[in-house]
Design a protein around this ligand. Sequence first.
Ligand code: GLN
Length: 282
Amino acid sequence: MKKILAAIVTCTLSVCLLAGCGGAEGGDKASDVGAQSAAENTQSGGDSAADDSGAAAFTTVNEGVLTMATNAAFPPYEYYEGDEIVGIDAEIAKAIADKLGLELKIEDMEFNSIVIAVDGGKADMGLAGMTVTDERKETVNFTDSYATGIQAIIVADDSDIAGLDDLKEKKIGVQLATTGDTYATEDFGADYVEQYNKGADAVMALKQGKIDAVIIDKQPALSFIESTEGLKILDTDYVQEDYAACIAKSNEPLLEAVNGALSELKEDGTIQGILDKYIKAE
Ligand code: GLN
């Protein structure tokens, strides 16, 4: 460690001597570290990352690969078709990876683990119909938003629950650690909220009469009621949200690169095309 530090100091000093830096800048520890990681970025980030604008090159967990963390139980954003993970997020991630000259690898995990995996350097980006929230922003950065979501309420066809007010003191199912979980707990109290690992499990519990309602994002809600008889979505829009990809705070160059790719993909209609393919007009 000491040796490495000495090497960095020597290296920085010689760069300084060559470049003729002033004493104040050259001795600043923070900028030494910055110089070091910028140098690493350029070496391992892949040439594809460097552009003419002089933007810093990015690193990825595995060189040449964009590793996306998701929870593939959230149709139409991510779900299995046979062995393959497909859906809006899978296609958007592929388009981003193509733009950045990277191969896409999708890692399926619990929704609750995605932010941890991204923050911990196990995945480059989380793309999972994930809502931008202040709480998550404390741990990770979010890209520009690529879609909006709405929280919906699912009940049994013959339920007497007709709106939000009727949910008071009813058992509400949610997917663990989602925004639906947060809102339900805040608005109706933890005692009335049942958390499930998958949205589909909450819907199954509703179908079996174990709970009275499910609060979940509208698009998966539509897809779940399509495949489960006897359920309906209430005509109330609970909360409107923005979806974005999350990226480690330590990887701002990747955030910039993904935002650059996203803005091109929005401009040329690719994102809208993908959304329209999976989301039927109401
Ligand atoms: N949009 C919700 C959230 O971010 C749910 C996402 C999901 O379950 N994949 O919490």
